[in-house]
Design a protein around this ligand. Structure first.
Ligand SMILES: [Zn+2]
Length: 232
């Protein structure tokens, strides 16, 4: 089978599990293709949950970090970065401080494709990460970044209202029909973040969403994206 030239893929997410939900199947496919993957996690993902209960936060944080490490191992991620911006409070940080941690990684890694959050998500961290990524990727002469795609995350993208932000209208699809089983294994790493069906943040609901996205373009299963920018 023809394999495309190896690409460098950078994923920039607010929380550990966003990458698995939003583009896990696509990343499995990238890895299968021999592409190099790196992931930036912007928050610790737990600090907003158990205010005042630092022991609980630590345990939850360690569990989530361990899940993240297992997910990165499955995806054959060559390097990941963990920042500790405050969970669900990234709006308290200046955008420039967030952009400034992303920029040097892009300069060093020189990715050609970037995946990140949809800018209209209900979750404030997702919206801010989206903004910071676009700011860090301001088009410059000889920029390495050729494609920026935003993905949807169950229980954030579809929970937003068009009265406050722009809707997620996918125009770019990656077929993951042959990777559904592996995506499920990836999501299972984050079992503690998942809820029972019919909660939208359940493995079943994520699987159904991928099937709906797939059938909308005539394949069994797909992850859907909005193409922010492509340069060829
Ligand atoms: Zn998230």
């Amino acid at each position: 089978m023809h394999k495309a030239k190896n690409e460098k893929i950078l994923v920039i997410v607010a929380h550990a599990d966003d990458e698995a939900i939003g583009c896990g199947g696509t990343l499995i496919r990238h890895n299968d293709n021999g592409d190099e993957i790196r992931i930036i996690y912007m928050t610790d993902g737990v600090s907003a949950r158990a205010e005042g209960a630092s022991t609980e936060v630590n345990i939850a944080g360690q569990n989530r970090l361990s899940a993240q490490q297992q997910a990165c191992h499955q995806l054959n991620v060559s390097k990941y970065y963990n920042f500790d911006f405050p969970d669900n409070r990234m709006d308290q940080i200046s955008l420039i401080d967030i952009t400034q941690v992303i920029e040097p990684i892009i300069t060093e890694f020189q990715p050609s494709v970037i995946y990140t959050h949809h800018g209209g998500d209900l979750n404030v961290d997702h919206r801010i990460v989206h903004q910071a990524v676009l700011t860090a990727c301001r088009p410059q002469p000889n920029s390495w970044v050729k494609k920026i795609l935003s993905f949807e995350v169950n229980s954030s993208t579809e929970w937003a209202s068009t009265s406050m932000s722009s809707a997620f209208l996918p125009n770019y699809f990656v077929e993951i029909s042959e990777y559904q089983q592996e995506k499920q294994q990836l999501l299972e790493k984050y079992q503690e973040e998942m809820k029972p069906y019919p909660h939208t943040r359940s493995i079943e609901a994520i699987n159904y969403l991928n099937k709906v996205r797939g059938s909308s373009v005539g394949v069994e299963s797909a992850e859907a994206f909005m193409l922010i920018r492509a340069i060829h």
